[in-house]
Design a protein around this ligand. Sequence first.
Ligand SMILES: Cc1cc2nc3c(=O)[nH]c(=O)nc-3n(C[C@H](O)[C@H](O)[C@H](O)COP(=O)(O)O)c2cc1C
Length: 177
Amino acid sequence: MQENKVLVAYATMSGSTQEIAESVSQELNRLGLTVEVHPCREVTDLKEYRAVILGAPLYMFRLHKDAVHFLKRHQKQLVHLLVAVFAGGPYGPNAAADALEVRKNLDAELGKFTWLQPISVQLVGGRFDPARLRFPYNLIPALKGSPTSDARDWAEIQAWVNSLPDLFETNITSSAG
Ligand SMILES: Cc1cc2nc3c(=O)[nH]c(=O)nc-3n(C[C@H](O)[C@H](O)[C@H](O)COP(=O)(O)O)c2cc1C
């Protein structure tokens, strides 16, 4: 058993958060960290990890339910771990303008977990693709007729990932001191 690993756990409906999670994992690997990436719902125990990066998209102003269940299920272990969160996200032509409001919404959703103190929370752009909609959203004509778009900013995501190792170290030091 190795207790020094980082877990990237993600919730997704249409796959874009999974792609971000895999990119986050690759980048952390490149930075020399040992990383595993898993869907939230497949994670049963956190004892092998020192840090968790949770990826969760917003749907209808709520965190994806797999992320909510993950936080509830693992609360006891998460309070002792370093946690960072990324969440998507605004998409389409108004993505940048919407980001401020979405950020407030995201902070309110995370604030429901009063015990959760992430070392970093990053709002990322979302991807919309009508071909990837799942039930019940694939039954909504207005959604099915909307154009595809992808507001994920990979350079911004990479920069965020690169900020994490220092944050991990700082927060370990401050909790030890
Ligand atoms: C039906 C529906 C509702 C959504 N609701 C929100 C929302 O409330 N806030 C937001 O910022 N993004 C919202 N989005 C955008 C998604 O969060 C975005 O497309 C994200 O990239 C999806 O992630 P996934 O592909 O991992 O499921 C919504 C998308 C759909 C299709």
